[in-house]
Design a protein around this ligand. Structure first.
Ligand code: PFF
Length: 456
């Protein structure tokens, strides 16, 4: 067997794993769900979910990956031979296909919006025109497909270049760049006249706005934003050197992910309040509300470009981890070469992505098709999102954490978390309690609430 490729440096591992976690989930989705769920109280619940559920599941994925030196399906086959646990890996692969399909479409929007801001096409447009621009773009059919294809080719190019010379190399360039852009944008946001209302909205909790639904939204988002429940962190764990501290890595990734989400909030909400727009806009927050805000802001031309480049870069480092899950799966389970696996995985998810894009275009037959979800019939795009984000990721996370908490020998778990005794893992008991009780119970509650229709 050829030796498994590993990341070259600890900064490289961190950049790649944080690159996977930090994505559209942080900069596009986190601000708008915070807006829809009333602000700071939601943020607080989200932070608790990240600490109690997200961190333990991330430990579990990283340790299973590094211990077995395999991607998900292979990892469970190695640790639990002849048992059904390997299905966890299969769920992850299905989730990766589904997520990559709609993720590629939204990432394509970010490329188009980068282009629109560079060519200064928002200048002088009224709020109605900006909103119409977004609607007519996403319902156009061909244009979103064009940008999605460009994005998928970029993703495939990086994955094709390999773990060290592709994923690690580009993450090491893109992540610091992303960090600088988001800090600049947050400073801009916080120094706007009238910024304080937005900062309060994000940071001063009003618990009367919190509902059971928002608690469950927070827990659900914790999987998506940390790239958990589908084997992405597991695969990256398998590329992590034996002497790295997995505990430190997981904490750094989680902190970076949380920091970027909060910074994105600080970039967006002060501006939203300063210019008197509604924070509970929903998915249009980044693409409709913000171009309006940039239009009214001094230096808005440059900040608009910076913002959409930020979104595109964040999307790219996440998409490569989604594609990597599919590529390692094809290589390990079906003995594909890396090139062939990348081509097959990219083509398949792009075709699904085309269907996602077309499902928003009223002139296309695909938009007439509705698919079942537990929240009622939805179009293809929303169906892919609903099943993967709401069901497959929490289910995958549950299986991984139950496996690490209850089925693996505690001595093995400890051995891996401590890098064969290299690091003292004084927090091991706390991890076990979270892995055995807190995280599984929390996840089961969310899944049951969703399945019983208590939340949508
Ligand atoms: N964590 C990414 C985000 O927040 O945008 C999305 C994602 C990437 C989810 C990779 C799952 C995954 F495996």
């Amino acid at each position: 067997m050829t030796k498994r490729e590993t990341f070259g440096s600890s900064f490289g591992v961190l950049a790649a794993a944080a690159g996977s976690a930090i994505g559209l989930g942080n900069i596009w989705k986190f601000p708008y769900i915070t807006g829809e769920n009333g602000g700071a109280a939601f943020v607080l619940v989200y932070l608790i979910c990240i600490a109690l559920v997200g961190v333990p599941v991330m430990f579990a994925e990283l340790l299973i990956g590094r211990r077995t030196q395999s991607a998900s399906v292979g990892a469970f086959k190695a640790l639990a031979p002849k048992q059904a646990w390997f299905l966890t890996g299969w769920f992850g692969v299905v989730a990766a296909f589904m997520i990559l399909s709609f993720y590629g479409v939204v990432a394509g929007w970010t490329l188009n919006y980068t282009y629109l801001s560079v060519t200064n096409q928002f200048a002088g447009a009224t709020p109605e025109q900006i909103s119409k621009m977004f609607d007519s773009f996403i319902t156009n059919g061909t244009q979103p497909i064009f940008w999605q294809m460009i994005f998928m080719v970029m993703t495939a190019f990086i994955v094709l270049s390999g773990v060290k010379d592709g994923i690690e190399k580009y993450s090491k360039i893109m992540m610091p760049m992303l960090f600088v852009i988001v800090v600049v944008l947050a400073i801009r946001g916080m120094t706007l006249d009238g910024a304080s209302k937005g900062i309060d909205f994000l940071l001063t909790p009003d618990f009367s706005k919190l509902t059971a639904q928002s608690v469950l939204v927070a827990l659900g988002h914790c999987f998506f934003t940390l790239s958990l429940g589908m084997g992405a962190m597991l695969v990256y764990g398998s590329y992590t050197g034996k002497t790295q501290s997995l505990g430190k890595l997981a904490l750094q990734v989680t902190l970076a992910d949380t920091a970027i989400a909060l910074l994105a909030g600080l970039a967006i909400f002060p501006a939203v309040f300063a210019f008197g727009v509604n924070p509970g806009q929903g998915p249009g927050l980044a693409f409709v509300t913000l171009p309006n805000v940039f239009n009214q802001m001094p230096g808005g031309y440059f900040f608009a470009i910076a913002f959409f480049v930020l979104l595109a870069v964040a999307a790219l480092t996440s998409a490569i981890s989604l594609l990597e899950v599919l590529v390692t799966f094809l290589c390990e389970e079906f003995k594909f070469g890396r090139i062939m696996a990348t081509i097959v995985a990219t083509l398949t998810s792009s075709v699904l992505g085309v269907l996602c894009a077309l499902s928003m275009s009223p002139t296309s037959g695909v938009s007439k098709l509705k698919f079942p979800t537990l929240a009622g019939p939805q179009n293809f795009f929303d169906t892919m999102d609903w099943w993967s984000s709401n069901m497959l990721l929490p289910l995958g996370g549950l299986l991984v954490i139950v496996f690490a908490g209850w089925f693996m020998k505690p001595a093995d778990v400890r051995d891996e978390l401590s890098s064969q005794g290299l690091y003292a893992v004084k927090w091991f008991k706390a991890f076990q309690i979270a892995a055995r009780f807190i995280a599984p119970i929390a996840i089961v509650v969310v899944l049951v609430a969703k399945i019983s229709g208590k939340i949508s």
